[in-house]
Design a protein around this ligand. Structure first.
Ligand code: ADP
Ligand code: MG
Length: 254
């Protein structure tokens, strides 16, 4: 069965058809890229899937349940996590505290508001920080992290909810090539490690074609709100519609 099934989803903002009748399904354990020009509707589609936006019409099933109208917190509990195009973290808290808060939120809130944050979920927080390569940064204020590390913290925060579907919106934007590949190596390893017991499915948006074709096992292409190609990377690379809409004028690699 599909983990995620999207059927004819639309999201209109006044006159703008940001998402205009999109259908696709993801199986457990897939590692897929969602690409397309700026304004294609990728972030809006993520917003619909993660509960920031309510679809104007259409249907989304996650693990067999209709999730239309579910709030982000409920979707997170159900197993949908996301990272955002611009990094989000509480800058004045330390890296570890950010993660402890995320773990507490997922566990159902802080039972006693007077419990010192330092006592909550410390082991799990340290394990997650180690897994994303931030162990040495645990006591730094999140605001002081170098940019690529804020993206790793964001990933750790998303993982705190033990997602089965992780939506990553431009996870490598603004990174140098080596950092991009290091982050995507990590994500790929997380997908592989999870496969046997509790498969993690990842859908990511990305502008670097090197990253898209270096990592994704499947590529979905959006343009003007519609899904115009969907398939194996090699097939999509050669797809005339995808070429016309996107590959023809992709920005050069930085
Ligand atoms: P992408 O992530 O592919 O660059 P977006 O989903 O951000 O595309 O945007 C798709 C279209 O929807 C754009 O035309 C954008 O201006 C519009 N849009 C996105 N969010 C909103 C919003 N909250 N209100 C109005 N228009 C929006
Ligand atoms: Mg976007």
């Amino acid at each position: 069965m599909s983990l995620l099934a999207v059927t004819d989803v639309r999201k209109h903002f006044d006159g703008v058809r940001a998402v205009d009748g999109v259908s696709f399904a993801l199986a457990p354990g897939e590692f897929a890229a969602l690409i397309g020009p700026n304004g294609a509707g990728k972030s809006t589609l993520f917003g619909v899937l993660a509960g920031q936006h309510r679809a104007s019409s259409g249907r989304v099933l996650f693990d067999g349940h209709g999730i239309d109208g579910w709030a982000p917190a409920r979707l997170a509990r159900a197993g949908i996590g996301r990272t955002f195009q611009s990094a989000l973290a509480w800058g004045t808290l330390t890296v570890r505290e950010n993660l402890q808060l995320a773990l507490a939120a997922h566990a159902g809130g802080i039972a006693n508001a007077w419990t010192p944050l330092g006592l909550l979920h410390g082991e799990r927080a340290d394990a997650l920080l180690a897994r994303v390569g931030l162990a040495a940064m645990a006591d730094r204020a999140a605001a002081d992290l170098p940019y690529p590390d804020t993206k790793r913290l964001e990933l750790a925060i998303a993982l705190a909810g033990s997602p089965r579907l992780l939506l990553m919106d431009e996870p490598t934007a603004g990174m140098a090539a080596a950092e991009r590949f290091a982050l995507m190596d990590l994500v790929r390893d997380l997908v592989h490690e999870s496969a046997a017991e509790r498969p993690l499915t990842v859908l990511f948006t990305e502008h670097s074609m090197e990253v898209v074709f270096g990592y994704a096992q499947r590529v979905l292409v959006m343009a003007r709100g519609k899904l115009i190609a969907d398939g194996a990377p090699d097939a999509v690379r050669r797809d005339p519609a995808a070429q016309a809409a996107y590959f023809g004028d992709v920005e050069e690699e930085a």
